[in-house]
Each structure stands twice: as C-alpha cells, then as structure tokens.
Design a binder for this molecule. Structure first.
Ligand code: A3D
Length: 311
C-alpha cells in the first residue's frame, strides 16, 4: 500500500512538533505547509527532521512548501495556522485574526484535499473548528477539533503527580468547550480502575480540577510569548493515528453534536470514536445534574464565540 500523507497547515511551534511525531510514528509522508513568509523555516524544519530519520530508521519523507497545490492527496490535515496567546489574553481574543486565516485555509483544503480528515487546533478552538466546517462544506464526520485529548492529558498528569502512581494507569475525561469553563468529570476518573475520589481528598481534587481548567494559561504565563506545543501536538497525533490505523480509540474531541447530550449544531468536547470513517460515533452517557448544568454553561460560552464568527 502506498504511504499515507499527513499535511500540517501551519509550521510553527505545534506544526513542527506534529511533523516530528508523525515521522517518528511512521504515520506517512509529511508535508509542512505555511505562508510564503515562513517558507524558509518550514523547508528547514522538514530537512532537519529528514536528517533525524537514519538513527531509528523512519522511512517517511518530509517536505516544506508554501504552494497550496502541495496539499493534494493529503489523507489527514492538521491545522495550527493562526496566532497563539500571549500572557493576559483569552483564547477568544484570537478570534478576529484566526477566523480570517481559517477561512483562507478552508478554501485551500476544499480545493486541493477534499477527501481529507481534518483536525483543527487553532484557537479559539470550538469556534475555529465550526468556522472550518462551515467555510469548507465538509461533512461533519470529517472535521474535528483537538482539545479534550489535551485537557484530559493535563487532568491525568496532575492526578498522577498527586498520587505518585503511573500516568499510564490514570483514565479520565474532560468534556465541554476548550476554555476555562471546561468540565473535568471527576466522578469517572480512575487510577487502574480505582475511583480517584477514593485516593484524593475532595479539597485536593478540586485544586486539580482548577489547575486543569487553567493549565493552558499556566504555560502561556511561563513562556511569556506563545502557548503550549509539545502536548498539543501529541494529542492531535493520537487522533490522526486512530483515523489512519482505524483504531477506533475513544477520545474526548470537539465533535459536531446532533442531539447528543442535548446539544445540537455545535462542536464541543464529547467522547468520540475515531476510526477510518472519521468521527464514527459520539458515546453518550448519563450525566449528573451538576455535570449537565456545567456542560450547558460551557455550551453557552461556545455559542457566544461561534456567534462572533458570523457564520
Ligand atoms: P505559531 O508557532 O505562531 O505557528 C502558527 C503558524 O501558522 C505560523 O508559522 C504562521 O506563519 C502560520 N500561518 C499563519 N497564517 C497562515 C495561513 N493563512 N496559512 C498557513 N499557515 C499560516 O503558533 P503555535 O503553533 O504555537 O499555535 C498554533 C495555534 O494553536 C494557535 O492558534 C494556538 O492558540 C493554538 N493552540 C491550541 C491548543 C488547543 O488545545 C486547542 C493548544 C495550544 C495552542
């Protein structure tokens, strides 16, 4: 079988790491696409990663290009095009600039890679994935936003740090929008199947939930210029891999809801099955009254940001 092709639209901090991880997992050949001004940088990154391959023998090719035609035949497209946050900024502050960029990108993807599975990362995430969906006219199962995978990984990290147990055995999910109103479901978080509510005091658990909600901002503050990129890249690669290898992993993703959890016509973080059919299914389950209310309140925030797109 011919090698698959994964295109990164935006070759900045996350885009460069996406290219590295995709090569190391041998997901397929990698294209890093960016605007003409960034062509030297993306060609340099592609060449640099090409030269890393001999050590472990990754047989994939990498290319950097600012020609949109290079997107042709992409199986997966991961979009990070746009600007990241600076300290003091909300994700919503990025809306105006990133909306224009996403519309431009959607036109190009529609023209050159109409059959790709598209993962959006640009912020404000829930509105940018919606904007891509509307502007491209893609089917809803072929468009998804990366957020819950990262937010859940952050939640898992903090639980592992607190308990001292392997991060591998921590399982949990964060639902809702990718903002400070996200909904970590503490009731269902476990370490090796043991509920975390039996392992961590309610006060400490509340502190971990708060830290998870503001985990992106914590890193923005530390960097002073830009936002997280290693963990966001790994989270999106996990989604791309599940699609390309038809793994049918269950990952919290910003998927298009059509009645699930009482939500209609919006992308929001829900447990999603990703396989060769794209987002194949959303797994619905009963929420407590408090969880339901928290989800509705995050939905209101998502709706407001989506309204700001005018789409
Ligand atoms: P950065 O390193 O600035 O890279 C963005 C790249 O996009 C730059 O190389 C730009 O040249 C490029 N770009 C701009 N316009 C276009 C265009 N029209 N076509 C193609 N490329 C273009 O940012 P980053 O990689 O750190 O972050 C990228 C985005 O991801 C930002 O919007 C962040 O806010 C967002 N982000 C989201 C998460 C989520 O969990 C959802 C996490 C971290 C960052």
């Amino acid at each position: 079988m011919a090698r698959r092709k994964i295109a990164m639209i935006g070759g900045g901090q996350i885009g460069g790491n996406l290219a590295l991880l995709a090569a190391q997992k041998e997901l397929g050949d990698v294209l890093i696409y960016d605007i003409a001004k960034a062509e030297g940088m993306i060609k340099g990154k592609a060449l640099d990663i090409m030269q890393l391959r001999p050590h472990d023998g990754y047989d994939v090719n990498l290319e950097g290009s600012s020609d949109p035609e290079s997107l042709t035949n992409s199986d997966v497209i991961i979009i990070t095009a746009g600007i990241p946050r600076k300290p003091g900024m909300n994700r919503e502050d990025l809306l105006e600039i990133n909306l224009g960029i996403i519309k431009d990108v959607a036109e190009k993807v529609k023209t050159y890679a109409p059959n790709a599975f598209v993962i959006v990362i640009s912020n404000p995430l829930d509105a940018m994935v919606y904007a891509f969906y509307k502007a491209s006219g893609f089917k809803s199962n072929k468009v998804v936003g990366m957020a819950g995978a990262l937010d859940s990984a952050r939640f898992r990290t903090f639980i592992a740090m607190e308990t001292g147990f392997s991060v591998q055995d921590v399982s949990c999910m964060v639902l809702g929008g990718h903002g400070d109103s996200m909904v970590p479901i503490t009731r269902l978080a476990t370490v090796g199947g043991v509920p975390v509510t039996k392992l961590i005091s309610p006060e400490r658990l509340e502190a971990i939930v708060e830290r998870t909600r503001f985990a992106g901002g914590e890193i923005v503050k530390l960097f002073g210029n830009g936002s997280a990129f290693y963990a966001p890249a790994q989270s999106a690669i996990e989604m791309a891999e599940s699609y390309l290898r038809d793994k049918k992993r269950v990952i919290p993703c910003a998927s298009y809801c059509q009645g699930e959890f009482g939500i209609n016509g919006y992308f929001i973080g829900v447990p999603s099955v990703i396989g060769s059919g794209g987002v194949e299914q959303i797994l619905e389950f009963d929420l407590t009254k408090d969880e339901q209310n928290a989800l509705l309140s995050t939905l209101e925030k998502v709706k407001k940001t989506v309204q700001g797109t005018g789409l």
